[in-house]
Design a protein around this ligand. Structure first.
Ligand code: NDP
Length: 257
């Protein structure tokens, strides 16, 4: 099979899985973190789980870029900058975030990790391969195109929101402490899950900046995954904290949802 055909098949199947995942996540919450429960098979430590889940996105992205006769397009500045957006996010997510988690040595189901590994492998391949081998080469003019400028700015704002919101959560617990508290500050003023909101903004920005089918599919995947989870978190906060929980707070999109 010509690789381009393989690429579109992977993209199509991957998008189909996003829709299936959306339907599934509306009905059942993914069993990790506060929604952890019995019946999902053997588990492994959470830190290892995060590294194993997220590393394939980074490794497969790099392998897909390098594994080509022409070599990666690092000398093409737009491709380099777009790759940097992806790589920076995942370097943090794989090498820093998992080691800062607090709340004791909790575990997550291997089934969740396996599913996420497949998601991230497919995504690493789709983004890396299209940017560096299969997609059209960006011209230098792309650097001043409004789509690149606006998308790049959105990406940066989204990542900053995501990092700040995760930081607030990580600091809620003192080392060794367990349990959950009501988070405050930043976008927690308006939503229960600004970390997910940031991630949505970030990958929507990346999709606009790349202006490519795989980047758009990634943004759709993130929305299919995180919007239902944000709703589940939001309902959990309301149920757990009752009237103490800020009543005007939405789940994930300020003033909307
Ligand atoms: P959560 O918000 O569920 O949890 C993040 C961390 O903060 C966990 O360690 C959690 O502990 C802790 N925490 C959360 N709420 C509280 C609270 N109220 N009080 C004390 N501690 C709290 O995020 P996820 O674990 O689902 O995701 C982590 C990051 O990964 C996010 O930035 C998210 O955007 C990103 N992500 C991206 C996905 C994508 O599709 N691109 C998919 C999934 C996640 P505990 O584990 O004990 O609950």
């Amino acid at each position: 099979m010509v690789e381009m055909t393989f690429f579109w098949v992977v993209l199509g199947v991957w998008l189909g899985l996003a829709l299936l995942s959306l339907v599934a996540l509306i009905k059942i919450s993914a069993p990790y973190g506060r929604h952890m429960r019995e019946g999902w098979g053997p588990r492994l430590p959470r830190t290892a789980g995060w590294v194993i889940m997220e590393a394939p996105a980074l490794l497969v992205f790099l392998a897909s870029a390098f594994w080509a006769a022409s070599g990666p397009r690092w000398q093409n500045l737009p491709a380099l900058l777009l790759s940097a957006m992806f790589i920076l996010h995942y370097v943090y997510r794989v090498m820093i975030y998992p080691f800062r988690l607090r709340g004791g040595n909790t575990r997550m189901p291997i089934s969740i990790v396996v599913f996420a590994v497949f998601f991230n492998m497919a995504n690493g391949y789709l983004q890396g391969r299209y940017l560096h081998v299969l997609g059209p080469l960006y011209s230098a003019a792309w650097l001043t195109d409004p789509r690149f400028l606006f998308g790049g700015a959105l990406w940066a704002i989204g990542w900053a929101i995501n990092l700040h919101a995760d930081e607030v959560l990580l600091r809620l617990r003192k080392p060794g402490e367990r349990g959950y508290k009501i988070p405050h500050g930043g976008l927690y003023r308006w939503v229960s899950c600004p970390n997910y909101f940031g991630e949505l903004i970030e990958w929507t920005g990346f999709a606009v900046a790349c202006w490519s089918p795989p980047a758009a599919a990634f943004a759709i995947w993130v929305a299919a995954n995180l919007i239902p989870r944000a709703r589940t978190h939001h309902l959990w906060y309301r149920e757990t904290f009752g009237e103490a929980y800020p009543p005007a707070r939405k789940a994930v999109i300020p003033f909307v949802f």
